[in-house]
Design a binder for this molecule. Structure first.
Ligand code: HMG
Ligand code: MG
Length: 323
């Protein structure tokens, strides 16, 4: 593995995605770990990121530059970034909530930051202690400073399908926030189903409402698999032309400020379903399983990803190739 400069590793990052290709944004090291009680050692996090990059994933959210007391698990963000060997063509990113976070990020080597807000004031208030409108004001100086430093910026709109505090959320609430983030200079917006309540019907309704207002080729979707329909939601979004999805190796995940938010859609399940449907991801499924296993040994519980579990059972039978 070679160490490269930020500019070298960026070559090819803007490549267009073909009709039958999906780009997976691996959020395991960040969203996957942020809610874990047991502190995963910095060395394991570094090895996890390396294993994910080796599997062919080209977008990896490594950590968060947030308040260490808000998310103690990610308090070693600087050490993780300083420890990783960068693979060319991989975009390494981190969450940044404010200028303080950006300053910390700029002291490290990374390609992208992600600013994060939501559709509802209650969730955003608990998560980052401000309203949605205040969060956009807080990001206003962050975007130009990040762009001037040569980084790209991703935006998250959480609670797009439902809020743990306010219940049902109309598509309009999230669409307006996504429009604002795009206008501020975000490269891509990830629409978050933070508590895993979306269904294929809700995804269609959301995208119907967004059509003509948000460019679908700059939208990603981020599903938590709380109710077992994350994969159905992805396939529905694909039918409407979306090609970028967030997922977590092994189905790790959850948000400490969203009660009941369980694991994200597992990367293995996503890759298995996509490959079996004739779509390309550039990801080696067996290598993702190996990366998940590396994390699983440090946690105090098993991983929920279905392919990951089946791979364990079927390894001896050699039945784990997608078909
Ligand atoms: P605050 O208390 O309002 O911050 O927290 P503040 O600006 O008033 O500053 C208070 C103190 O925090 C000061 O220190 C600052 O320096 C310090 P003091 O002067 O008292 O010693 N501070 C910081 N320290 C380190 N890094 C920083 C930073 N900023 C201020 N960046 C804040 C506001 C946003 C900082 C806090 O609430 C926070 O860090 N929240 C992060 C919560 C989080 O990470 N949640 C999980 C991610 S979101 C998610 O999971 C959803 C997603 O996956 C999509 C989906 O599923 O929908 C993305
Ligand atoms: Mg999430």
């Amino acid at each position: 593995m070679s160490r490269t400069t930020r500019a070298d590793s960026r070559a090819g990052l803007g490549a267009t995605i073909g009709e039958d290709a999906v780009r997976i944004v691996e959020v395991g090291p960040r969203d996957g770990l942020q809610n874990e009680r047991v502190f995963v050692s910095t060395a394991t996090k570094i090895n996890f990121v390396a294993a994910l990059a080796e599997s062919g994933l080209r977008d990896i959210e490594v950590s968060s530059f947030v308040h260490p007391q808000a998310v103690p698990q990610l308090r070693d963000a600087e050490d993780v970034f300083n420890g990783i060997s960068r693979l060319p063509g991989v975009r390494y990113s981190a969450l940044v909530p404010n200028m303080h976070g950006l300053e910390r990020a700029l002291a490290c080597e990374l390609d992208e930051i992600a600013v994060f807000t939501g559709s509802t004031d209650s969730f955003v208030g608990k998560n980052i202690r401000m309203t949605v409108a205040e969060s956009l004001e807080r990001f206003a100086p962050v975007l130009p400073a990040a762009l001037a430093a040569g980084l790209t910026v991703r935006g998250y709109v959480s609670t797009a399908f439902g809020c743990p505090y306010e219940g049902e959320v109309s598509p309009e609430q999230g669409i307006r926030v996504a429009e604002a983030l795009l206008a501020m200079g975000c490269r891509e917006i990830s629409i978050g189903d933070t508590i895993g309540v979306a269904t294929p019907g809700a995804v269609l309704r959301w995208l119907d409402a967004a059509e003509g207002r948000l460019p679908f080729d700059r939208l990603a979707m981020h599903f938590h698999d709380t109710r077992g329909v994350a994969l159905a939601n992805v396939m529905t979004a694909i039918s409407r032309g979306l090609r970028v999805f967030d997922s977590c190796a092994g189905g790790l995940g959850g948000c400490p400020y969203a009660p009941g938010a369980s694991g994200n859609l597992a990367t293995e399940d996503l890759v298995y379903a996509l490959h079996g449907s004739g779509m390309q991801t550039g990801v080696d499924l067996d290598k993702i399983v190996r990366a998940s296993r590396m994390i699983a040994v440090e946690l105090d519980h098993g991983l929920p990803g279905r392919y990951f579990q089946a791979a364990r059972v079927n390894a001896a039978l050699e039945l784990i190739k997608p078909h």
